[in-house]
Design a protein around this ligand. Sequence first.
Ligand code: SF4
Ligand code: MG
Length: 335
Amino acid sequence: MAVLEVHGLHVSFDTYNGEVKAVRGVNFSLDKGETLAIVGESGSGKSVTAQSIVRLIPSPPGRIKAGEILFDGKDLTQVDKKEMYHIRGSEIGMIFQDPMTSLNPTMTVGKQIMEGLIWHQSYGKVQALQRAVEMLRIVGIPNPEKRVYQYPHQYSGGMRQRAMIAIALACNPRILIADEPTTALDVTIQAQILDLMKDLQEKTETSIILITHDLGVVAEMAQRVAVMYGGTIVETGGVEDIFHRSRHPYTWGLMKSLPRMDQKQEDELESIPGSPPDLLSPPQGCPFADRCPYAMQICHEEMPEQTKVSDSHQVFCWLEHPAAPKVNDLKVNIL
Ligand code: SF4
Ligand code: MG
């Protein structure tokens, strides 16, 4: 059963240089209790997609140009601000890479956890405070009884990340959107946070959208994967489909550059030569054509159609066309 369905999402940013088409026709669904990983390089549109779901793209300059985001039968692109505020407070939790973008510097961490419980879940103050302390303890903040009264600037970076997770999870959201939730953390804490998210998911059947460029995290957490490139999804499939039976040259490149959880990854993936398309004037054909060793003429001219490899696996690549040459015959050594 899908808890969330995204249909034909287009998101643009109006800049002095023109319209940046950050997301260009994205479709996916999220089932109850599953983790869907959205992977891709910086600028592929994965964060913008996530922020659009909860209507947190800065607007202006950002705007959802087209598409539907169905949650509980409601189109989230259409609900009013007040309802969206309620949905964010109680139904869809969020964790971002940079906690300072979502923590309020003028409010104690405890109050920020309590706010959602009081406003959206009719907790009394005492009860909410107890829950706030409990949440801080669950996410591994030392001295939660004392820390609950402190402000974000009194927390270390790792603690702020965990505080944000406590806020996001306090209300038992039905969907958790986690955008690079552990990227800034050291390996031990990263593993703890991922375990925490998994535990929560088992207990509450929360569905998770996990945005990451770290395929180690994907393997650890996700059941399904959507690979984004140039504002589009180029391949979706089960974890096994993507890791072992991928059909898209960009995904092959990603797999080759697989960052590992036990290595410190300072930068996003860089091992595929070339750079992503300029979304001010996106290519009319396949977004990967300029970097793809298999690119054919049609790749530069027309956006590839969706090919269904299996019920769980879809790919957008002209190599899947019956008339395309076989990859083995092309004798191109990818990357
Ligand atoms: Fe490469 Fe063409 Fe497939 Fe795009 S459609 S990934 S350019 S072969
Ligand atoms: Mg991002």
